[in-house]
Ligand binder design. Structure first.
Ligand code: 13P
Ligand code: SF4
Length: 314
């Protein structure tokens, strides 16, 4: 009979032995969130990756996040539980296509959402995350021409908030685009005092219903501090674990999703984020693979727009 591995204990042991740090995004499964050394949104995670003194970073999130950690800490080993954990936003902006688009607009600067490949970051002037996007866009003069990639929903939201007219790349998050404004309105009718909180990767029809719009950390802080007791949450379902832990007296409902006109229960789970399991996390720490390795020049070129973001959001 195969011996059952105590992943929590083994991960703690290996982490100490190897001087590793475990960085976890809020969209991970509950068990992984519970063993994090640091849990946060994309900005918080990249700030941690930049300043950690661990020898190895274990990144429980998706590949572009682990790549960002590697770019910021190129001399550290960065491993992730599943190399196939991609992102629909990243996929929507292939390097060659984007390069050609950029060449057609030579008078524009490029601001990229961190949810893109390292290669795409090399074509970028400044990176942003959902928590600093408005601030970063506003750091440029009003008449500055800007291409915003790859998320058209986040880009559209920033355009509306700032009164700008950035050129938007046609990408979207496969999770957030399934939230249904109509179904959220119906759910709200059943819970009239519930506040709607939404991630800006959601479509305009959903954002219009929101009492608060922000990054995952922003959403979490908002629900903790709000005097309300019920919330409809329009972002990936993983965040509800932290919300329930932080505010056990409050009620949280995942915003309903629909696909092709039909209700879809699993649509609020990101299939990329949810590839990670405790077993895979344990194995990547034990075997130090899969590891992020990027060409030396790409590490240098992709670092500049990320460092600029960190400076602008300090
Ligand atoms: P934040 O945690 O930065 O809000 O990002 C959300 C997201 O979609 C990550 O993939
Ligand atoms: Fe990408 Fe959306 Fe998944 Fe985040 S939730 S990793 S944006 S597909």
């Amino acid at each position: 009979v195969a011996e059952k591995i105590d992943y929590v204990a083994e991960i703690a042991r290996l982490k100490k032995e190897k001087n590793a740090v475990i960085l976890v995004h809020y969209y991970q499964i509950a068990e992984i969130q519970d063993i994090a050394d640091y849990i946060g949104d994309s900005l918080g995670l990249s700030q941690q990756a930049a300043k950690t003194d661990a020898d190895m970073i274990v990144f429980a999130g998706v590949r572009f996040m682990a790549e960002t950690a590697k770019i910021l800490s190129p001399n550290k080993k960065v491993v992730l539980p599943d190399f196939n954990a991609g992102c629909s936003l990243e996929e929507s902006a292939p390097y060659e296509e984007f390069k050609a688009f950029k060449a057609q607009h030579p008078d524009h600067i490029v601001i990229s959402y961190v949810n893109c490949s390292a290669e795409l970051k090399t074509l970028t002037d400044v990176v942003c995350t959902s928590s600093n996007a408005v601030k970063i866009v506003e750091s440029f003069p009003k008449d500055q021409k800007i291409i915003f990639a790859p998320d058209k929903n986040l880009g559209g939201y920033i355009n509306r908030v700032t009164g700008r007219n950035m050129l938007l790349w046609d990408g979207a998050c496969m999770v957030h685009e399934t939230f249904s404004g109509k179904m959220i309105t119906d759910l709200k009718a059943k819970h009239p005092t519930a506040e709607v909180v939404a991630h800006p990767e959601s479509e305009e029809s959903v954002l219009k219903l929101a009492d608060y719009i922000g990054s995952t950390t922003g959403l979490l802080k908002y629900v903790i501090n709000s005097p309300q007791k019920e919330f409809i949450v329009a972002t990936e379902s993983g965040i509800l674990h932290q919300m329930r832990k932080s505010a056990p007296d409050k009620k949280f409902y995942v915003a309903p999703t629909s696909k092709n006109g039909h209700a879809c229960k699993a649509c609020s789970d990101c299939p990329h984020m949810k590839l990670n399991t405790m077993e895979k996390l344990y194995l990547c720490l034990r075997d130090e693979t899969p590891e992020i390795n990027l060409p030396a020049q790409m590490l240098v070129d992709a670092r500049k727009p990320i460092e600029r973001m960190l400076e602008l959001s300090a």
